[in-house]
Write a protein that binds this ligand. Structure first.
Ligand SMILES: NC(=O)c1ccc[n+]([C@@H]2O[C@H](COP(=O)([O-])OP(=O)(O)OC[C@H]3O[C@@H](n4cnc5c(N)ncnc54)[C@H](OP(=O)(O)O)[C@@H]3O)[C@@H](O)[C@H]2O)c1
Length: 321
């Protein structure tokens, strides 16, 4: 049994991961800004410890007893419009928190064996039309947009723990598909009205991953001492926005939906600068993690949606009411 400290452990990925870690017999401590935020299903099962990245305070006992740190904390990327103020919060919450972890591990006596940190496929720029069919691997340079620069600074700041000699794994994560939150419930919203909203041309590729596969990558990153450095966490088969939208619509509504293109200019008005991410085609490779022996349970969008839209027996179809 190991003690695993999860920053941002109250979020979508952290909660799912904590459930799996506890089931495997590990002791989980969530490092949070405010106690009492763990999901109901985790209440009483994991310990809570406090940190404050602005005043650079962190629970020293939690750091001292951790065997592993999983660093997920960060303000929601798509939660709010990207004003200058919001962009600073998005950046600071990742960079200052990473710096605080590195500093804490430097000054507090500890027994840490590895740090596993989130990053995002927002690292990459858009697919290049001339290299159609090729996907980004981990050696590609960061894109020169807000997320590319944010991910670069995020990975650079947590990189300090590796420079101190601790094994560091960076999990460059695609769009996470889960019923409990994130992109999937957003994609389903307009389906309640019978509308399948294809964004822009719909041709842009989305690099995604099923929540269970992502958790399995984090578990592997802890267990496998040969995993060092950056790994893309995306299913091997990216999907176009159009295919994902229509596949989802068919499964949720049968034939009863209307496919509507939301033009790019409208998305620019609705989302502002964030529309870059909605409209960007980004095909990311899963080869490196697969070469480490990782096998996806949900390698393609059909198998992922089958699992996510499955309903317990007797609860009706997957249709939205
Ligand atoms: N979900 C995705 O599709 C996806 C894709 C790529 C990368 N990622 C990355 O993976 C990480 C976890 O994602 P998630 O979907 O689980 O995120 P989430 O549900 O938004 O949870 C993130 C957690 O970070 C903490 N947090 C929020 N704002 C903060 C702030 N200003 N300062 C410090 N901590 C803050 C919160 O924990 P407390 O309130 O307990 O402090 C929150 O529960 C994130 O860094 C995200 O960028 C996610």
């Amino acid at each position: 049994m190991s003690t695993i400290l999860i920053t941002g452990g109250t979020g979508l990925i952290g909660s799912a991961l904590a459930v799996k870690l506890i089931a495997e017999g590990h002791h989980v401590v969530t490092l949070t800004r405010k106690k009492g935020k763990v999901e109901q299903r985790l209440a009483g099962l994991c310990e809570e410890a406090i940190w404050d990245i602005n005043s650079r305070q962190v629970d020293e006992v939690a750091i001292a007893k951790a065997d592993y740190i999983i660093h997920l904390a960060g303000a929601g990327i798509s939660e709010k419009r990207w004003t200058d103020k919001r962009k600073k919060i998005i950046r600071d919450s990742r960079i200052k928190s990473s710096e605080l972890i590195a500093h804490a591990l430097h000054v507090i006596p500890n027994k840490i064996r590895a740090v596993v940190s989130a990053s995002a496929v927002g690292w990459y720029g858009p697919d290049i039309a001339s290299s159609a069919g090729k996907s980004f691997n981990e050696t590609a340079a960061p894109g020169n947009d807000f997320l590319g620069e944010t991910c670069r600074l995020w990975e650079q700041s947590i990189g300090e723990v590796a420079r101190q000699g601790t094994r560091l794994v960076i999990v460059r994560t695609g769009i996470v598909l889960d019923n409990k939150g994130g992109a999937l419930p957003e994609f389903r919203k307009s389906l309640r009205l019978g509308i399948a909203a294809i964004l822009g041309s719909g041709k842009q590729m989305i690099s995604w991953i099923h929540i269970d596969d992502l958790c399995r990558i984090y578990l592997k990153a802890i267990d496998d001492e040969n995993m060092i450095g950056t790994f893309n966490a995306v299913a091997p088969a990216p999907v176009s926005n159009r295919s994902l939208t229509l596949e989802l619509a068919r499964r949720v509504r049968g034939p009863n939906f209307l496919a509507v293109h939301v033009p790019a200019f409208a998305l620019r008005i609705i989302f502002g600068e964030m529309s870059i991410e909605v409209l960007k085609s980004c095909s990311v490779s899963a080869e490196k993690i697969m070469a480490k022996g990782f096998r996806f349970l949900y390698p393609d969008i059909e198998s992922a949606l089958n699992a996510l839209l499955r309903r317990p027996r007797g609860s009706g179809s997957a249709r939205d009411e």
